[in-house]
Write a protein that binds this ligand. Structure first.
Ligand code: ADP
Ligand code: MG
Length: 320
């Protein structure tokens, strides 16, 4: 069973960044308004995520780290219109299979928290504010073959912080804090989407143009870089796409942006953009592959036109 769990874990846990993503998404699902992420040695030695969300009753803690335990789907209908981030019910179990995991939680109405050690099954009282704290130590400690594939702490930290950045960008109403070893990486108060974007990238608003378009089925909102500030190299371009609040890599959307950029500019520069696409849940499948963050649209052509049109319009010289 341990082996099966460790193999299954490979689907979910590739590196510390995957743990950051899964844990913070759970915090968001739990309605957190504050999420604190702490990393040690790039997350290899420790990833700890604390939130002020709804918490988990003590009696349900063991279930939370069991495979295929999810509290988020109770019907087929719910499965077809998933709005929570997690719904597979195996992230915690997978992480627990490859780290030393403890989960402490305190629902708002509970007098104190309880902490579960996933390995020993020991459940003990724990002093904490309402919310949940998941602490994962020594990633791949018991799976040397996997640990070998981890990069340096510095590189792993980069990826883990990037995973947090994507989530913070998509959830500006949530307060976030990221620390690495003894250093504060960033701390962000709840703010508007635009303020969050500018804060996370330390960027000048004058370098960006607002892109906005709407159809009855979809809405696009975001920023595309002022052409003269665009990078020559793809490596430096800042490209973020979110569909219904979830970071995705999507060829169709990327192509819709690139084509608009080329049509308007006839240049070879790389477009930078941060775009939020909102689509009616029944018109998009975000569950093509949980780890790859791909999406499939019911009507790809309509989405292409919406995005392409919005970007072209944003880039067009302003008529005075
Ligand atoms: P999933 O998110 O797919 O349901 P997970 O393995 O990520 O599966 O989590 C299992 C369950 O544990 C969740 O369904 C939820 O009930 C509970 N849980 C996990 N993290 C939190 C959290 N931070 N706050 C409240 N409940 C949580
Ligand atoms: Mg989850």
């Amino acid at each position: 069973d341990t082996l099966i769990n460790q193999i299954a874990a490979g689907e979910v846990v590739e590196r510390p960044a995957s743990i950051v993503k899964e844990l913070a998404e759970n915090s968001l699902d739990a309605g957190a308004t504050e999420i604190a992420i702490h990393l040690e040695a790039g997350g290899i030695e420790r990833v700890c995520v604390r939130d002020d969300g709804c918490g988990i009753p003590a009696s349900e803690l063991p279930l939370a780290v069991a495979r295929h335990a999810t509290s988020k789907i109770d019907s087929l209908k719910a499965l077809l219109s998933v709005t929570t981030k997690g719904f597979r019910g195996e992230a915690l179990a997978a992480i627990a299979a490859v780290t030393h995991l403890t989960i402490a939680s305190r629902p708002r109405e509970a007098p104190h928290g309880m902490k579960l050690d996933a390995r020993s099954g020991e459940l003990t009282p724990y002093a904490m504010a309402p919310g949940t704290e998941v602490d994962c130590r020594a990633l791949f400690d018991t799976v040397p073959a996997r640990r070998k594939f981890l990069k340096t702490p510095q590189t792993e930290a980069h990826h883990a912080i990037e995973a947090a950045r994507r989530l913070a960008l998509a959830h500006p109403q949530v307060a976030w804090q990221v620390t690495h070893n003894d250093k504060l990486v960033w701390r962000l108060a709840p703010q508007s989407a635009e303020a969050r974007f500018l804060a996370l990238f330390h960027t000048d608003p004058a370098e960006w143009r607002l892109a906005h378009a709407e159809t009855p089925a979809a809405q696009l909102l975001g920023w595309v870089i002022e052409p003269r500030f665009a990078r020559e190299s793809a490596r430096q371009a800042l490209q973020y796409l979110f569909v219904n609040g979830r970071a995705v890599r999507d060829r169709l959307l990327a192509q819709a942006v690139r084509q608009a950029y080329h049509d308007v500019l006839h240049g070879h520069r790389q477009p930078s953009y941060v775009l939020f696409l909102t689509v009616a849940p029944e018109l998009v499948d975000v569950n093509v592959h949980p780890a790859k963050s791909e999406v499939r649209f019911r009507d790809p052509n309509a989405i292409f036109r919406l995005v392409n049109g919005a970007i072209a319009q944003a880039l067009a010289p302003t008529v005075v």
